[in-house]
Design a protein around this ligand. Structure first.
Ligand SMILES: [Zn+2]
Length: 310
């Protein structure tokens, strides 16, 4: 895969080798958790331990630094390798333990450091996965069927109910959501929610409902939020958006009518924008790491390729 592929979106696990076959090799994992080259990130829920005086910088430690504080073998999630170096997320369960770690390493637990603009792609992949694993494990310590405690297996990629008669299995999963660049007569439909920063607009998005195809979800969401009927719904690309656990499925589509009727519970406003308007006001666009930004950029560039307005 080429990094300049138009279907490539940010925050996809490209540089991180998940090395899934190693998750069930306890000897290899134990060796890594004793190696000075191994890198550990510390997560408490979905928050990452960062430097207190520079909260956009995570604290990354070798296992030895954590041995006296945490049970590494029981509380670690193997994230994968980058250029042969193993990365683990070490799960901190109690608030007391979290406070102790903050004091010991002059840190603070931060929620969204993996979105910091200075992050390299590989770092974002690892940090967002670490935060997701912290989030998922913190919500699956007990069995949803019988209420017994669950135990970690497969290096943190799986939990099993400790009640031998129940033995329910739990796997980390993401919630599918659709996001779409809708075009009509050379203009793009962009909307904004009241809670967003002032002036920001983005493509419309929403979660896929049970029993629904992703194409049907695109049509339903745009109709619900903006009253716009769609045709020519085409899949573009995807992005894991682990804040906390969405799988974003990106589409483009054409509106069969430009008449906007917003749902005020969903959107504060929505409007049609020309490419010139968007180019003249780059501050209106969402986070550059988001798939929405990638969809809008693809639309802006499609004018040059002459592929979307025909
Ligand atoms: Zn159970």
């Amino acid at each position: 895969m080429n990094d300049t592929s138009p279907n490539r979106t940010p925050l996809s696990p490209y540089f991180l080798d998940r090395a899934s076959t190693l998750r069930d090799q306890p000897d290899w994992l134990e060796t890594q958790l004793k190696s000075d080259t191994t890198r550990c990130l510390i997560v408490h829920g979905a928050q990452l331990l960062c430097r207190a005086n520079a909260p956009e910088h995570p604290i990354i430690l070798a296992p030895k630094a954590l041995e006296s504080v945490l049970q590494l073998s029981a509380d670690s999630v193997f994230l994968g390798t980058v250029e042969g170096i193993a990365y683990f997320a070490v799960l901190v369960q109690s608030a007391e333990q979290a406070a102790q770690l903050c004091q010991q390493f002059s840190g603070s637990f931060e929620p969204s450091v993996s979105r910091a603009p200075h992050m390299e792609r590989a770092d974002k992949d690892i940090l967002s996965l670490a935060c997701f694993m912290g989030y998922w494990h913190s919500r699956h310590r007990h069995c949803g069927k019988c209420g017994s405690q669950t135990t970690v297996v497969s290096a943190g990629h799986h939990r099993i109910c400790s009640d031998s008669e129940c033995a329910q299995h739990f796997f980390p999963n993401m919630d599918p959501a659709v996001i779409v660049l809708v075009e009509h007569d050379g203009r793009a439909l962009l909307g904004r929610q009241a809670r967003w920063r002032e002036g920001m607009y983005s493509t419309l998005a929403g979660f896929v409902e049970p029993g629904e195809t992703i194409e049907a979800a695109v049509a339903r969401e745009v109709h619900e939020e903006a009253g716009i009927p769609l045709e020519a719904i085409e899949y573009q690309s995807s992005q894991s958006w682990l804040f906390p656990n969405s799988l974003m499925l990106g589409f483009k589509a054409k509106a069969t009518s430009p008449e906007i009727t917003i749902d005020p519970n969903e959107l504060e406003s929505a409007a049609w924008f020309t490419r010139e308007q968007v180019r003249a006001n780059p501050d209106m666009l969402p986070n550059k790491a988001s798939i929405s930004y990638a969809l809008i950029q693809s639309w802006l560039q499609s004018e040059d390729r002459g592929v979307m307005d025909q």
